[in-house]
Design a protein around this ligand. Sequence first.
Ligand code: NAI
Length: 483
Amino acid sequence: MKIAVAKGDGIGPEIMQAVLDIFTANKVPIEYEYVDMGKWVFDKGYSNGMTPDAQQTIEDLGILFKGPMETPKGKGVKSVNVTARKTWNTYANKRVFQTLHGVDTVFSKAGIPIDLTIVRENIEDTYGGIEHMLTHDVALSRRFITRPGSLQVIKYAFEMASKNGSKRITCGHKANIMKITDGLFLEVFYEVAKEYPHLKADDVIVDDLCMKLVSRPQEFDVVVLTNLQGDIVSDLCAGLVGGLGFAPSANIGDHICIFEAVHGTAPDIAGKNIANPTALLLSGIAMLRHLGMMENAATIENALLFTLESGVHTGDFGDRSIPSVNTTVFANAIISNLGKTPTHGARPMLPNQPATQTVFKLEENPMIMSKEPEDELIVGVDMFIESSEQPMVIAEKCLLHVGDIFKLVTISNRGTQVWPKGSVFTNMVNQYSARFESVGGAAVTQTDILELYRALMADFKICSTELLNKWGDKNAYSLAQGQ
Ligand code: NAI
C-alpha cells in the first residue's frame, strides 16, 4: 500500500514527522510518496498550490495524508485545502468527536461521554465561492445545493452509520427558512432514510441542534449537514471534546480520500517543536481504518489513549501541575506505550479487513443524472435591478414596459416585499427584485423574457435574472417575505 503525503506548512512538518514516527514504530505496512503542496508551492508560481507531479501522484495513489497548509493572504489565490477537496470530489467530510480521558472538558468532568460523528457536505453550498458585487452596495453569494451532491453525502452518512452499528442519524438544516435549498437536502435525507429502516432518522433545525449539542451531546450519534452549517457545527463539537487539537477529519470521495487535522498551520508556534500532533494522529488512525488496517489503528489509538490518561501532554492542554512536553517527547511517549491498553475506552482489536478504497478513473461525470420532468414550464422571471428610487416609482416604470405576456407581481428588496404592499419601516438598498409572471400562468419562452429585458433596459440597469420554473403544479422558486 502506497499513499501520498504532503507535510504542509507551519507546524505541518513537525506533527507529520511525529505521526509517521509512530506509524513506523508500529510497523504500519504503508509506503509514503511525498508530494509538493502548500504555501511554498504557491510561492514558486503554481497558482493552485500544488505541482502537476503532485496532482498526478495523488490521482494515481488515491489517498492523500496531509498536514495543514497556509493560504497566502491578499494574492487572490484560493485555499489549496479547499481546492484539493473540490478537485477530487471528496464530497463527505467526516469528523469523529470522542471523549479522550486526560483531556479535561466540562463534559468529562461531569462524567458525560461524547461519541459523535459529524458528516458535512464538502463541495457545494456557499463554498462554491460564486460571488458578485451587483451594485456598489449589494454583494451576492450563490448557494448551490444539488440533488446528486446531497445524495452522495447523505448516502455515505447512512452507509457509514449502518456499518458502524449507529442507532440514530440526524439531519441538521435550516429548511424552515431556506425552503428550497435546505428543503432539497432534507427531502433527499428522508428519501435515503427509507433504504435504512433499521436506523432512527430524524431532523433538527440547526440552531436548535447547536443548543442541544452543548446541553445533551450524548443523545446524538451521526449528524449530517450542508457545508457551511456542517463547518460551524463540527467546530462546536471540537469544543465539546477539548478543542481543535483533538479534531481529526477525513474527506471522503469515491476515488480519492484526504486525511488531515481540522486545525491550521499555527504560525504562532511553528518551528518550536511544541505543537500537539493528536489531531493529525487521529486523522491518520482514521486513514488506517479506511485502509482496513484495523489492528494497527487500534494499537496506535490505545497507545495514544494510554498516554493521554497517564497525564503526558503538550503545552496546549492537560493538567497544568504536570510540566508539558514537546512534540517529539509526546510522540516517543506514545511509541513507548504501543501494546498497552488504556483504562477508559480501549479500542477493540478487530481483524484487518480489505481496504474499502477503490481507485478508478472516471469515464464520464456521474453527477449529470437527474432526469428533467416533462411538464416543465417557464412561467416568469425575477429581474434584479439597480435603483435608488422608491418602490412606487420603480413599479410605475416596470408597468410601462411589462407588455401583454407578463404581469408585475411583486417588488422586493433584500427578499422583503415592498410593492404592491410594504411597510415604511423596511430599510432598502439600491437593488430590487421585480417579479414578472406570465398572464394566466401560461408558458413563456426565453425570447419573451429577452424582449422584456430589452424593454426594461430603457429605464434600469439589470444586474441579474432568474427564470421562474414550474414543474407540474410545483413552483420551483420561493415567495418574497410578505408576498
Ligand atoms: P490555526 O488552527 O492554525 O491556529 C489557531 C490557534 O490554535 C493558534 O493559537 C494555534 O497555535 C493553535 N493550534 C492549532 N493547532 C495546534 C496544534 N496542533 N497544537 C497546538 N496548538 C495548535 O488557525 P489560524 O491561525 O486561523 O490559521 C493559520 C493558517 O492555517 C491560515 O493560513 C489558514 O488558512 C490555515 N488553515 C489551514 C487548514 C488546513 O490545512 N486544513 C485549516 C485551517 C486553517
